[in-house]
Ligand binder design. Structure first.
Ligand code: GLN
Length: 495
């Protein structure tokens, strides 16, 4: 019998509560970290959320956090609260695989900026979480290492590509987690596990040491079980970084303040747009019912809801699946058998080109190969204008749809996913239907703006989690937290 949703006394607390108790020395970080390590040892065999657990390293960080608190020198509001880190951020003290065999055994010589910020904030890293290979996928089934199961129903997917982080949160193996969102990989796993996930404005969370999938779309972001917890983590990881050339040197909005204000529940004067193109045909009735109930609750809180037309969103999927593979084909060229991880055929009988080909053949999985091939074609001289060039034009039109909408409303909303989580194995042989699962999340990445998925309850038709997506303009991340927290308080507990 699965107990993946039954929390313990410590593991059941929110990150905000844990932080408060650790700061007040009612609990030590060592105790809290140990409780989560015990929980991982107890249940992760069944769920498969972690690829690597750093027991000694996280306990050493917890000991240091306790010492800092005892000395009155807590470095952050989350000092001592442990976290799960998606295995796409480099770490000097744990392997970084990106869910790929091509990086098996590789140790990074440096920490990602996100990793370094967590360490500097006194946040012990429990381990590295499972993901679709190089963040390509919607179910975490493209991991070369293991399947991750959804704690709500272990026969179902935990979402992807960050299914490991979402499953760890939903099963109380970690109070906080880090994900990355290139087309929905934070929001969509959050939606199907009834957790909160935020894709921050592009350029506000450093990509230094985040192994690239598609550089113009990738963004690291915070994951939690509550809106406030997610805001506290957002504050730790966001901020300018000179080592990332796309990092924007501008103040991060006060997301923690916004989450606290929002919890008071008054949304009068707030204008919310429902995206016409992100509902209707193909959406599960229980998902739409949950979405409509959320709209009513937002209206009850004082918000005004209007329908908004974003005509070019219909082309988002097509544009995304040309732009992303194009960037992937170029980014993944660095795995050349010389510099990182796996090397096949290096026996003196093969040329360097052959070793490279053999290594890439053995080291990459089918979805990664599919995208490298599509991207290489889309960028080839005869096809460039018709494919990559057209997709870039669509990208501009989508950004304009958003800009026009935000001239009239503060945020846009939609369901996060068209259906609740599907069965493991159900879509592995049908890439297109797998791609369609991210229909609602992709436009935000193309525009470089911000979005959150907040749980909107369990679907009336199958009892599985549903997510509400809130979208905001660039540097409007605080709006997500204010409205998300107000909605969360009105909605009440789930399950
Ligand atoms: N599922 C989408 C894809 O496969 C999004 C992935 C992501 O956000 N990393 O590309």
């Amino acid at each position: 019998m699965s107990n993946t949703r039954t929390a313990g006394d410590i593991t059941g607390l929110s990150a905000a509560d844990l932080a408060r108790k650790i700061a007040a020395r009612e609990l030590s970080s060592v105790e809290v970290t140990q409780a989560h390590l015990d929980r991982i040892a107890e249940i992760d065999g069944e769920l498969g959320a972690f690829l690597h657990v750093g027991a000694d390293e996280s306990l050493a960080a917890a000991t240091a956090a306790d010492a800092a608190i005892a000395a009155g020198e807590a470095p952050s509001a989350l000092t001592g609260v442990p976290i799960a880190l998606k295995d796409v951020f480099t770490t000097v003290d744990a392997p970084t695989t990106c869910g790929s065999k091509i990086l098996e055994g590789w140790m990074s010589p440096y920490d990602a900026t996100v990793t370094a910020r967590l360490r500097a904030a006194g946040i012990p890293i429990l381990g590295k979480t499972n993901m679709d290979e190089f963040a390509m996928g919607s179910s975490t089934e493209n991991s070369a290492y293991q399947v991750t199961r959804n704690p709500w129903d272990v026969t179902r997917i935990p979402g992807g590509s960050g299914g490991g982080s979402a499953a760890a949160l939903a099963s109380y193996q970690a109070p906080l987690a880090i994900g990355t969102d290139t087309g929905g990989s934070i929001r969509q796993p959050a939606s199907v596990t009834a957790t909160v996930g935020v894709k921050p404005t592009y350029g506000t969370v450093s990509r230094y040491g985040l192994v690239a999938c598609a550089s113009s779309l990738d963004q690291g972001g915070p994951c939690g079980r509550t809106v406030l917890d997610t805001a506290l983590l957002h504050e730790v990881i966001a901020g300018h970084d000179a080592r990332d050339s796309t990092s924007i040197n501008q103040a991060i909005p006060d997301v923690v303040g916004a989450a606290r204000t929002g919890a008071n529940g008054d949304l009068s004067g707030v204008r919310i747009g429902v995206v016409k193109q992100l509902q209707g045909e193909g959406y599960q009735p229980g998902v739409l019912a949950s979405f409509q109930a959320a709209c009513r609750q937002l209206t009850d809180l004082g918000a005004t809801i209007v329908e908004v037309d974003c005509p070019h969103f219909s082309y988002a999927l097509g544009a995304y699946y040309l732009i992303l593979p194009s960037e992937v084909s170029s980014n993944l060229a660095r795995f050349d058998a010389m510099r990182y991880g796996l090397r096949v055929g290096d026996d003196g009988t093969h040329s360097a080109d052959e070793v490279m080909a053999l290594t890439r053949e053995a080291g990459f999985g089918p979805e990664v190969k599919r995208r490298i091939m599509i991207g290489t074609y889309a960028l080839s001289s005869g096809a460039y204008d018709a494919f990559y060039g057209q997709a870039q034009k669509v990208r501009t039109l989508i950004a304009r749809d958003f800009a026009k909408a935000y001239a009239d409303v503060d945020v846009l909303i939609s369901p996060t996913t068209p259906t609740t989580p599907f069965k493991l194995g159900e879509k592995v042989d049908d890439p297109l239907s797998m791609y369609l699962f991210d229909l609602c999340t992709l436009p935000v990445n193309l525009a470089g703006t911000a979005a959150m998925s907040v749980p909107s309850g369990l679907s009336s038709d199958d009892g599985l989690p549903v997510g509400l997506q809130l979208m905001a303009p660039a540097f409007g991340d605080d709006r997500l937290y204010r409205i998300g927290a107000a909605y969360e308080a009105a909605r009440g507990p789930i399950g």
